[in-house]
Design a binder for this molecule. Sequence first.
Ligand code: SF4
Length: 178
Amino acid sequence: MLIEHYDLDVFTPPCSPGAERFSAIARLTADISEVLPYLNATLRGAIYYRAANALTWKKGGHNLAFHAYQIATSNVEDYDAAVKEIDGLIKLINRTWERRSEITPDTETHQRPGLMAVYKLLPQTNCKQCGEPTCYSFAIKLTVSQKKLADCPPLAEPQHAEKLAALQDLVSDAPAIG
Ligand code: SF4
């Protein structure tokens, strides 16, 4: 197990004094630098900055940042929510580290696909089958990995096959892990 202990700080972001949501930083006793390229290879939408030895990722409305000895998350409700979020991330890191022999590490920096490029490839019917009010709002969530292509049923129809293939190239070059 790579991470066994951490200390947690939960605080109001300095730019939003009085905010009702909090940020949290877990300070680690283990250096997680070596696991970052494996996370980069497996977390869809992650961005790895090799020179800075850091990786960022958006998940479930949280902006996450992984550094050598710390993990930070934004937008948590309270201390308990912060513990739950950080515990989940630590399990993810430990599980990825244990599986590293099955993963090809990736040290490239992959930018997120452009919002308009993604939107233009969607059916643009605003049918709401994805649970979003418009294709544009679906595109926003797709680019930050809060939705999957499979959440848009019309994309599976034959007339959208070419657009689906293009979208798979744009948003699925680093498949998410469970
Ligand atoms: S299911 Fe697809 S086509 Fe329908 S609104 Fe959502 S993104 Fe648009």
